[in-house]
Design a protein around this ligand. Structure first.
Ligand SMILES: NC(=O)c1ccc[n+]([C@@H]2O[C@H](COP(=O)([O-])OP(=O)(O)OC[C@H]3O[C@@H](n4cnc5c(N)ncnc54)[C@H](O)[C@@H]3O)[C@@H](O)[C@H]2O)c1
Length: 303
């Protein structure tokens, strides 16, 4: 099939591109390289297995003609960093809300069959109960979460209007190689450099889900019809505190760093665990009991 990946030079997008190419799909990437890197997909660009446009989804004219002939659009392009989205509200609004609208409009005009959208656990805001199921109110705590709620609503409206089918994933905290500024890569860098590990507030409970589980879910979303009916949480369903994470990383790397507790950052959601009943029933994916199982592979590759 012919697949488009917006944000395909980023962390999750580039892993998805690897998988789609390995399955023989024709892949087009649109990315403005705001956070993504061409080196993430360099092998594919070199051997011509991926077509790449350095375009900005904020500008409809740049992207409108690119969608013709594509069956499925994975719409991942976004300001994906919570703190960044709060610091520059304009950028996150124009990329995540207007940009999503532009992608959907272009997909409709081109007759795309399905759009798969990566929303976030941040759509829920601070949890009223744990684990958070998909019926939990969408009470975002920050502008990033609000932009994802808006994106979801536009996806649903286009589906309701009969433009195309849509699959909405509310991703928990995804981790894996090529991520660079979220908590796991930061802690891994800290131990590699023998620095203190900083924890904001110290009360966080995080649901970590590995990149391999997320990619499997995205690929199954191409053909899974049940998934189009309503949003699905993609997580491990397990709680991890940042102290547990730091301990685990130090154990795996044979280091012993000081863990320092800094003041909390008020825009961040403190506690989140996904209820993954729907994920487990709608998708055919084995979810390991240990949410941090994939850390071992990452550390192994670093050595
Ligand atoms: N990584 C996570 O834990 C997580 C959790 C929940 C949701 N998500 C969502 O999943 C998607 C992928 O996340 P990621 O972790 O790979 O982030 P990422 O930042 O690595 O990837 C996003 C990509 O979008 C591109 N981009 C940003 N603004 C753009 C614009 N205006 N035009 C074109 N391209 C633009 C960036 O350059 C980047 O390559 C995002 O939509 C993110 O919000 C990620």
């Amino acid at each position: 099939m012919r697949m488009m990946v917006t944000g395909g030079a980023g962390f999750i997008g580039s892993h998805l591109v690897d998988r789609l190419v390995s399955e023989g799909h024709e892949v087009l990437v649109i990315d403005n390289l705001f956070r993504g890197k061409k080196e993430n997909i360099a092998g594919h660009l070199k051997n011509g297995s991926v077509q790449f446009y350095e375009n900005d989804i904020r500008d409809y004219d740049q992207i409108k003609d690119k969608f013709k002939g594509y069956d499925v659009v994975f719409h991942l392009a976004a300001q994906s960093n919570v703190m960044g989205a709060v610091e520059d509200i304009d950028y996150s609004f124009y990329s995540n809300v207007v940009g999503t609208y532009n992608v959907l409009k272009a997909a409709q005009a081109a007759g795309v069959r399905r759009v798969i959208f990566t929303s976030s656990r941040e759509a829920y805001g601070e949890a009223q109960y744990l684990p958070v199921d998909e019926q939990h109110p969408l009470d975002s705590k920050n502008t990033y979460g609000a932009s994802k709620v808006a994106g979801e609503k536009y996806c649903q409206v286009f589906q309701n209007m009969g433009a195309f089918e849509t699959v909405i994933f509310r991703l928990a905290n995804v981790y894996g190689e090529r991520d660079f500024d979220r908590v796991i890569p930061i802690f891994l860098n800290n131990v590699a450099r023998h620095e203190d590990i900083h924890v904001y507030g110290g009360k966080q409970v995080i649901d970590f889900v590995s990149i391999e589980i997320v990619i499997e879910a995205l690929v199954q979303a191409i053909t899974n019809d049940e998934a189009t009916k309503r949003p699905t949480n993609i997580g491990s369903g397990k709680e991890t505190t940042l102290f547990e994470l730091a301990e685990r990383i130090m154990k795996l790397t044979g280091t012993n760093n000081r863990v320092v507790v800094d003041p909390p950052r008020s825009v961040e959601v403190v506690k989140f665990t996904a209820n993954i009943s729907r994920f487990k029933s709608v998708f055919d994916i084995a979810i390991p009991d240990d949410p941090l199982y994939y850390l071992e592979k990452m550390v192994g590759k670093m050595n």
